[in-house]
Structures are given as structure tokens and as C-alpha cells.
Design a protein around this ligand. Structure first.
Ligand code: PLP
Length: 390
């Protein structure tokens, strides 16, 4: 057990050793001391949230090259707000109507093989997803995913946006999608939740013509678990902000910074919007901005080196372990054989429980991620692998 009794134990709950990585179901990763301290300081005073979000917007704009930005409660919240912004625009009556999209553009085009559990957030706003392409390369029964011509063929007067999910080998390049969407005035939303690092990705999707980009704050960016970034076009971020921020204020008392929310473009204020249940607190906003500053202040190489050195003791001490590069975050693979799923189960039943990445357990391998590991976890993990060997 950790030398210090943790707060979860005080509540009668049990914390875990997180060798799995940024998984939300495990509460994400422990935060760096600077982020924790910033959040505690944010809790010391109240602040007008539209003023705070306007400052966040300027900081996010600088880091991403986007016109504007918003701190959300996560990338999924960012997707919901993005869809809401593309459907309602700056019309407060339309904002009030969501998720009822009667009379609004409400279709969001996606490549069929990019469909995933998080696109539920798009549908939560009231949008309907229109799939293009055929995922027969996934079935192993063909070569197709989606072709560029299919995007244009799917666009009609009801189309509100195109959602593109960022990954290392995409079905269609973002530049191809934005080039087709632009002449139609069709906004392109990018789900870039897990695309940091590399830090260059903060700017890459905006540079490729995306209108809105959603990042997770609680993944490798190192921010609070319930935080994220939505950045992009000023008018769309303004719409997203209006649909998330609390609106219990009379229009004539409302004085948002013009750069962030230009009041002269509004005929009135909407009431609490579709995004109100995904509010970001002042502590999360300050924590996220602190994590963003730390992230952009460190090179990818130095960050990578820090993660590798966290893993080295594990790779040396655990039987069958090897330090590997897979994607931007290094890992340790432990080759166990057919008993790998059973070993993972024993690690979870260990005291304290140890959670590892079991995505390839069926193939005899367990992965350890450095993202959630603390120095004091290492000897406990090494000891557990030695004693639980099966
Ligand atoms: C993690 C993830 C999300 C959700 O991010 P949150 O910040 O937890 O809301 C959305 N899309 C993709 C592709 C993800 O990997």
C-alpha cells in the first residue's frame, strides 16, 4: 500500500495502480503537481465564467492557431457542442430547440469505418449520422472504406457538418475532406481526442482546414480527467460557448468580451443550452490551461524520454518484458503466452489492484503504459509480476 493513506481509502474506496494509461473508466492518470496546485488555487476564488473562458479562448487560439477556443468537459462534450454549433449557428431560437432539429440542418456525414462509441455525442445534440462508404476492408472481404466522391454525393440541403476521426492511417486524408467540403460551406469537425502528442497536432488539423477540433484534456495532454479543448472558427466557438455556459443573466446585463462572444451578432440570449449538462468548472479550466502550458513547454523528445525512463526499471526487472515503441507513447510489452488473460485478472485482484492494457491478452501479451505510473508504483508492479507468475 502507498505510504500515505489516500483520500479514496478515507471514503472506503480503493485506488489502483494504473499501468493501463489514460482510460476514463480508471479515472484517467494522476495529475502533475503543477496542475494539482493550479486547480487548488482556482478553487480559492469565484470568477465570471464567460471572462475566464474568454481568456482560455485566447490561450487556446495561440496554442492551436485557431481563431477561438473553449474549455469543455472532455472531447466527447466537444463533439456534442460542435454538432450543436453547426446545427444552430448563432440563432438563439434554434439553440433553445435542440435536440429537436425540426427545420434545421441536422445531418452529420461520417465514413462508415470511422463510426465509434463517442459519436453518440453528435447524436445527443439531435443530429443524425449519415454514413458513407463500405467498411469491407475491416471484414477482410474487400478493399473499400470510402472514396472522395462519396462525400459530395452525400451532401444535401440538410447537411450540417462532416465528422472526421483523426488517426495515424486515416481512410481519407483530412485535406481531401476539407477541400471537398469547403465549396459547400460545410464545416468539418475533427475528433482528435487522443492525438496529443505529437504537440504539432495542436495546430495540424486547423492548418488542414478543419473548422472545429476536439481534444481530450485528460489523456496524454495531462489535464484534469473532466476537461477538453474545442477550438476552431470564431462563430462556431461562439455558438458552442453560448450553448454550454450558464445563461441565468438578463441580456442587458450580459457583457462578454467581444472577441469571444460578439453580443451585437445576437438578437437575444438563449436559455440554458443542450451543452449545459457538460459544464466545465473553473478548477478544470485552470487545470487544463496549466497542463497545456506544461505540454507546449516541453519538447516531444524530452516528454518521450521521461516516459521511457519511467518504463526502464519495469523492462529490466519483469520476466519476458521489453520496452517498445508503439505510436507516440512508448510502452512495455510482457510476453506471457496463453495465461496472459489470467495474469491480468490476478493483477487486478492484487492489493493494491494493478490494471494493465489487455487489448492483446488473447495473443499472449500484456502492455504497460507509462502515463499513469508513479515512481512508487514500480517496485509494487515488479513484485506482483514475480509473485503472481502463472
Ligand atoms: C477518448 C476519446 C474520446 C472521448 O474523450 P473524453 O475527453 O474522455 O470525452 C472521443 N473520441 C476518441 C476517438 C477518443 O479516443
Amino acid at each position: 500500500m502507498n505510504p500515505r493513506q489516500d483520500i479514496y481509502a478515507e471514503l472506503g474506496a480503493r485506488s489502483i495502480i494504473n499501468a493501463k494509461g489514460t482510460a476514463t473508466r480508471l479515472g484517467g492518470i494522476p495529475l502533475r503537481p503543477e496542475v494539482r496546485e493550479a486547480m487548488a488555487r482556482a478553487a480559492e476564488a469565484s470568477i465570471d465564467m464567460v471572462q475566464l473562458q474568454a481568456r482560455a479562448s485566447a490561450i487556446i487560439a495561440e496554442a492551436t492557431g485557431a481563431e477561438s477556443g473553449l474549455v469543455t468537459s472532455g472531447a466527447a462534450a466537444g463533439l456534442l457542442l460542435a454538432a450543436a454549433a453547426c446545427m444552430a449557428g448563432l440563432d438563439p431560437a434554434a439553440m433553445n430547440r435542440l435536440p429537436d432539429t425540426c427545420g434545421l440542418k441536422n445531418r452529420v456525414i461520417m465514413i462508415k469505418s470511422q463510426r465509434n462509441g463517442y459519436d453518440h455525442a453528435i447524436r445527443t445534440a439531435g443530429a443524425r449520422i449519415i454514413e458513407i462508404g463500405l467498411a469491407d476492408h475491416i471484414a477482410g472481404a474487400g478493399i473499400r472504406s470510402a472514396d472522395p466522391w462519396e462525400i459530395e454525393a452525400a451532401i444535401d440541403e440538410r447537411t450540417a457538418a462532416f465528422l472526421w476521426v483523426a488517426k495515424s492511417a486515416p481512410e481519407l486524408e483530412l485535406e481531401t475532406v476539407t477541400a471537398i467540403a469547403k465549396p459547400w460551406g460545410l464545416p468539418v469537425i475533427v475528433d482528435a481526442a487522443a492525438q496529443l502528442p505529437p504537440a504539432a497536432n495542436l495546430r495540424r488539423f486547423i492548418e488542414a482546414g478543419a473548422d472545429l477540433v476536439a481534444f481530450s484534456g485528460g489523456k496524454a495532454l495531462g489535464g484534469p480527467q473532466a476537461s477538453g479543448i474545442l477550438c476552431g472558427r470564431r462563430d462556431l466557438i461562439m455558438s458552442a460557448a453560448l450553448q454550454m455556459l450558464d445563461q441565468d443573466i438578463a441580456f442587458d446585463e450580459y457583457e462578454p468580451p467581444t472577441q469571444f462572444i460578439d453580443k451585437t451578432l445576437l438578437k437575444g440570449l438563449p436559455s440554458h443550452g443542450i451543452g449545459r449538462p457538460c459544464k466545465a468548472g473553473k478548477e478544470e479550466i485552470v487545470g487544463l490551461l496549466t497542463a497545456l502550458r506544461l505540454f507546449t513547454g516541453e519538447s516531444d523528445a524530452i516528454r518521450h524520454g521521461r516516459w521511457r525512463s519511467r518504463l526502464e526499471p519495469l523492462a529490466e526487472a519483469i520476466a519476458g518484458a521489453e520496452l517498445i515503441e508503439r505510436g507516440p507513447v512508448p510502452g512495455v510489452v510482457v510476453t506471457i503466452g496463453p495465461a496472459a488473460p489470467e495474469m491480468a485478472a490476478r493483477l487486478r485482484r492484487h492489493r493494491p489492484p494493478i490494471h494493465v492494457d489487455t487489448s492483446e491478452a488473447r495473443h499472449g501479451r500484456l502492455f504497460l503504459s507509462p502515463l499513469g505510473l508513479r515512481e512508487e508504483d514500480l517496485p509494487l508492479i515488479i513484485d506482483a509480476f514475480a509473485t503472481l507468475e502463472c
